[in-house]
Design a protein around this ligand. Structure first.
Ligand code: SF4
Length: 387
C-alpha cells in the first residue's frame, strides 16, 4: 500500500503575555523551565498516542510548532519530538517553528536549528515602537531588529509576520516595515489584517469606543499596497495574507489550504484526518491543564472527533482552496465529494450571479477564481454557494 502524506501541527499553549487582539489558545506565564519541560513531554506523549490511531501508512511532509509561543520551548524538548518522528519523516520535510522576538538569542536559534527546525516564522508584527506599543507586544523596535538579524543569519527559510490595518499605523510606517524585511532578504512575508475577535481586549475597547476600526477604503489601500510593494522584489501573493518568492511558500500552510490530512496535537489543536472512506474533523481538549490531566490519567485527549458529511467537506474545501487565489476546477473536487453533491450545491445560476456582482471570475462553467473584491468577501461567497 502506498504511503499517504501527513502534516503535523503541535500546539504550544504558553506565551509571556497575552496580546490584546489574540484569541488563540494561549496562557500568559513567566519563563518556567520545569513547567515547560513537563509540557514538552506531554506533547510528545499526545503525539505518540495520536499517531497510533492513524490506520494507514504515512510519510510526514511538514511539521509545524505553533502556538502560543513555541520558541519558549527548550531545543531539547523539540529535539526529542523530532527524533521520535524521524523515521516517518521525509528527508526534505519542512519543519517550522513560530518565534516571538522576545524569547530567544542567537544560541537558542542555533539550538533550534540543530534540533531539526529548518524554517522560522517570526512574529515581528512591526518594527515601529508606536505600532508595537499599540499592539501590546512585549518588545521594542531594537529587539525586533535584533531578532530579525539573528533569524536571517541562521536560517535561509524564514518568514516575517506583520499585522496591518489599525488607527495609528500609516502606509509610510508599513512601507518601512516591509522594506526592513526585504533588507534581511526575507523570502516569505505574512500580512494579517487586524481583526477584533470575540472575547479579546481589543474587542472590548472597540465596543467601548476607545479604539476604532479603519475604513473599508483604507483596508483596500493597505491590501493593495502590500502587493504593489512586494512584487518588484519577486515576492508574490500566493494566498490572501501570504507572500513569497517562488519555492519559499509555506508547505505546511499549503497542506491546510489544499485540504490535505493533518494531525493536530496539543491543547486546542485542530486536525483533519482521513480514515477509511471518511474525513474526520478533530479537536483536542482546549484547556491545557485539562488536556494535561487527560494524558496523565491515560484518558482521551480528543474533545471532537467527528465524521464530516459531503456538504461540510465541500464547504471547507471551498473556504480553503479559494484562498489560494487561483483557478479552482470544480471537477477536481470530485476526489473528495461526489459529483452530484457538487453540482447540486454549486449551481451555474449561483456562479453566474456571483460573477455579475464582480466577486468571482468564471473561466468556464467549471473553473472559478476570486476577484479582488471577492477576496474581501470569501466567507459570504462560500456561504451563498453552499446554502
Ligand atoms: S504572542 Fe502570539 S499567541 Fe501569544 S498572545 Fe500574542 S499573538 Fe497570541
Amino acid at each position: 500500500m502506498s504511503q499517504k502524506k501527513l502534516s503535523i501541527y503541535l500546539h504550544w499553549p504558553f506565551c509571556l503575555s497575552k496580546c490584546p487582539y489574540c484569541d488563540f489558545m494561549s496562557i500568559p506565564t513567566q519563563n518556567d523551565d520545569e513547567l515547560f519541560e513537563k509540557y514538552a513531554e506531554l506533547l510528545l506523549l499526545d503525539l505518540k498516542n495520536s499517531l497510533e490511531k492513524i490506520d494507514y501508512d504515512f510519510q510526514i511532509e511538514t511539521i509545524f510548532f505553533g502556538g502560543g509561543t513555541p520558541s519558549l520551548m527548550s531545543a531539547k524538548g523539540i529535539e526529542k519530538i523530532q527524533k521520535f518522528l524521524q523515521t516517518k519523516t521525509n528527508a526534505n520535510a519542512e519543519i517550522s517553528l513560530e518565534a516571538n522576538p522576545a524569547t530567544f538569542d542567537s544560541q537558542k536559534m542555533r539550538d533550534f536549528k540543530n534540533a531539526g527546525i529548518n524554517r522560522i516564522s517570526l512574529g515581528i508584527q512591526s518594527f515601529s515602537d508606536t505600532n508595537l506599543q499599540f499592539l501590546g507586544r512585549i518588545y521594542d523596535s531594537h529587539q525586533a531588529i535584533s531578532s530579525a538579524e539573528i533569524v536571517a543569519k541562521i536560517f535561509d527559510n524564514f518568514s516575517f509576520d506583520f499585522i496591518y490595518g489599525y488607527e495609528c499605523q500609516t502606509i509610510k510606517s508599513f512601507e518601512k516595515d516591509l522594506r526592513t524585511a526585504i533588507n534581511y532578504d526575507c523570502k516569505h512575508i505574512s500580512c494579517y489584517q487586524l481583526t477584533f475577535e470575540e472575547g479579546t481586549l481589543f474587542q472590548k475597547k472597540l465596543q467601548a469606543g476607545i479604539i476604532k476600526t479603519i475604513s473599508e477604503e483604507q483596508e483596500i489601500l493597505f491590501y493593495k499596497f502590500i502587493d504593489d510593494f512586494l512584487k518588484p522584489y519577486g515576492i508574490f501573493r500566493y494566498e490572501i495574507s501570504n507572500y513569497a518568492k517562488k519555492g519559499f511558500e509555506c508547505k505546511h500552510n499549503l497542506a491546510y489550504w489544499n485540504y490535505c490530512n493533518y494531525l493536530g496535537v496539543g491543547p486546542a489543536a485542530h486536525g483533519r484526518i482521513k480514515s477509511g472512506n471518511y474525513k474526520y474533523a478533530t479537536e483536542k481538549i482546549r484547556n491545557p491543564f485539562e488536556w494535561a490531566k487527560a494524558i496523565e490519567e491515560k484518558q482521551e485527549t480528543y474533545s471532537v472527533f467527528s465524521k464530516l458529511n459531503e456538504e461540510e467537506i465541500l464547504q471547507e474545501i471551498l473556504i480553503m482552496k479559494l484562498r489560494l487565489l487561483k483557478e479552482l476546477d470544480l471537477c477536481d473536487l470530485y476526489e473528495e465529494v461526489s459529483k452530484n453533491v457538487v453540482e447540486e450545491m454549486i449551481s451555474y445560476k449561483k456562479l453566474e450571479f456571483l460573477q455579475s456582482q464582480g466577486l468571482i471570475k468564471l473561466q468556464n462553467p467549471k473553473q472559478i477564481r476570486l476577484t479582488e473584491s471577492g477576496i474581501l468577501k470569501l466567507n459570504s461567497i462560500v456561504e451563498f454557494l453552499c446554502s
